[in-house]
Ligand binder design. Structure first.
Ligand code: NAP
Ligand code: ZN
Ligand code: ZN
Length: 354
């Protein structure tokens, strides 16, 4: 077994603390990865604090993993020692259902194996995520990080990047399309960069105008405050596609009113509350309310290659592991520009308190 250091939530709503555990020795098709960086997704906070229910503890969060291959199992063909690789939100799936075969592993009918807060397919090992020194993953669930992308700023692409890339690609963001992103956080800022690179006309819908200069620098053509009611009259019937990254309740009917005929409002943020929608908000304009969940392995690789081609990474604030609890509070307060990334070298220093 491989001794691994990490930070874990031992219980819901408790601060994360040092945790030592073991990873399996590599099986035939496994890749052992030395984790260099891991992004902090708002989903980490939701799960570590058990805001979605059913969290499994102790939990080492983290599914925006970037590192270097340290060892490979005897049958591995895709990666070799020294390769720059990433791991996203899942580490396995059934590999046999129609969705797995189509590269939509995130919708596996037997359920994908989440990178953490899940049982592995042996039914007894708790999966543990990227706030740790090492991870062992089957080569088919590992991504290649292109050489031109720095590992720290590329880490958030593994969740925030693909979560926005997938719906933008599926709903065909591109030249002539008007796309709005609700919420300029970790996911939202990637959405702005990606939609801009795809050639769409991009609008940010933020709570205030505080982040306007950033939004425009990231690629937004327009920026509006949703706290200003005039925004909703001014922009009525404007967008082909709106992607909502916010995890707080919003006025869904008001946002549906911003869509053109046949426009789609896509949910990626996960509020705890149900989504109340009036039928008229949908039928007046044949509008769709849809959802999207990360992306499959093939599409995630396509996204990483697209980012290399367009020189896109995340805007990050790098922290040491012992700052993770403070970082969680700042994520909840929308006080991050625009993604925290943990430098895993900090796990091996005395400050990590092992
Ligand atoms: P984040 O960095 O906290 O960004 C969320 C943004 O929402 C904030 O920056 C803020 O933007 C806005 N916001 C915050 N509180 C708000 C409020 N009370 N009312 C209106 N807007 C508010 O979070 P994230 O990491 O991007 O994740 C966002 C959500 O997506 C989370 O629920 C996460 O679990 C979910 N998620 C889903 C998927 C998926 O596959 N569907 C994948 C990853 C994450 P402004 O300051 O600009 O208003
Ligand atoms: Zn995430
Ligand atoms: Zn499957």
């Amino acid at each position: 077994m491989i001794k691994t250091l990490g930070y874990a939530a031992y219980k819901a709503k408790e601060a994360l603390a040092p945790f030592t555990f073991e990873r399996r020795d590599p099986r035939d098709h496994d890749v052992v990865i030395d984790i260099q960086y891991c992004g902090i997704c708002h989903s980490d906070v939701h799960q570590a604090r058990d805001e979605w229910g059913g969290s499994l503890f102790p939990m080492v969060p983290g599914h925006e993993i970037a590192g270097i291959v340290a060892r490979v199992g005897p049958a591995v063909t895709k990666y070799k020692v020294g390769d720059r690789v990433g791991v996203g939100c899942f580490v396995d799936s059934c590999r046999e259902c129609d969705y797995c075969k189509q590269g939509l592993e995130q919708f596996c009918t037997q359920g994908m194996t989440a990178t953490y807060n899940a049982m592995e397919r042996d039914g007894r090992t708790l999966s543990q995520g990227g706030y740790s020194t090492t991870i062992v993953v089957d080569e088919n669930y590992v991504l290649r990080i292109p050489d031109t992308l720095p590992l720290d700023a590329a880490a958030p692409l593994l969740c925030a990047g693909i979560t926005l890339y997938s719906p933008l690609a599926h709903w065909k963001a591109g030249p002539g399309k008007k796309v709005a992103i609700i919420g300029l956080g970790g996911l939202g800022h990637m959405g702005v960069k990606l939609a801009h690179a795809m050639g769409a006309d991009v609008t940010v819908l933020s709570q205030s105008l505080r982040k306007e200069a950033d939004g425009r620098r990231l690629g937004a053509d327009h920026f509006y405050a949703t706290s200003d009611e005039a925004t909703f009259t001014k922009l009525a019937g404007t967008f082909d596609l709106i992607i909502n990254t916010v995890s707080a309740p919003i006025d869904w009917n008001a946002y549906l009113g911003l869509l053109k005929v046949d426009g789609a409002l896509v949910v990626v943020g996960v509020p705890e509350e149900q989504v109340p929608v009036g039928a008229f908000s949908l039928i007046m304009g044949r509008r769709s309310l849809a959802g999207s969940l990360i992306g499959g392995i093939q599409e995630t690789q396509e996204m990483l290659n697209f980012c290399a081609e367009h020189n896109i990474t995340s805007d990050i604030e790098t922290i040491a592991i012992n700052q993770v609890n403070e970082a969680y509070d700042r994520v909840v307060a929308s006080d991050v520009r625009y993604r925290f990334v943990i430098d895993m070298a900090s796990l091996k220093t005395a400050d990590a308190s092992f």
